[in-house]
Design a protein. Structure first.
Length: 93
C-alpha cells in the first residue's frame, strides 16, 4: 500500500499493475477479516447464533462484504491476469 500511495502521490496516477496490487490487497484484507470473524463466531459457541449476540451480526455483515465484486474471489482472476501479463479487461480495476 505504501508503494502504491507513493507512486500515486509522485505520478498523480496509477498504472495497471498498481491497480491490480490494490485490488489484491483489498481482497486479501477482506478474506483475513472474515476469517477472524469466523474464528470469533466459532469460539462463541452456541450463544453466537442468537439475535442478541453481536457475533451473529458480525458474521453476516462480514460475509456480505465477500460478495462485493471488488473483493469477491472472482476478482483474483482479473488480478492474476494483469500481474501475469495475460490479456484482461482491466476496466474493472
Amino acid at each position: 500500500m505504501r508503494d502504491v500511495w507513493e507512486r500515486a502521490a509522485r505520478a498523480g496516477e496509477l498504472g495497471l499493475a498498481e491497480l491490480a496490487r490494490l485490488r489484491l490487497a483489498a481482497t486479501c484484507a477482506v478474506k483475513h477479516c472474515v476469517r477472524a470473524v469466523d474464528v470469533a463466531y466459532e469460539l462463541g459457541g452456541g450463544t453466537s447464533i442468537y439475535l442478541g449476540s453481536s457475533l451473529q451480526r458480525c458474521l453476516r455483515d462480514a460475509h456480505v462484504v465477500t460478495q462485493h465484486m471488488m473483493v469477491a474471489d472472482a476478482s483474483l482472476e482479473l488480478v492474476g491476469r494483469v500481474l501475469l501479463g495475460v490479456d484482461a479487461d482491466a476496466s474493472m480495476l
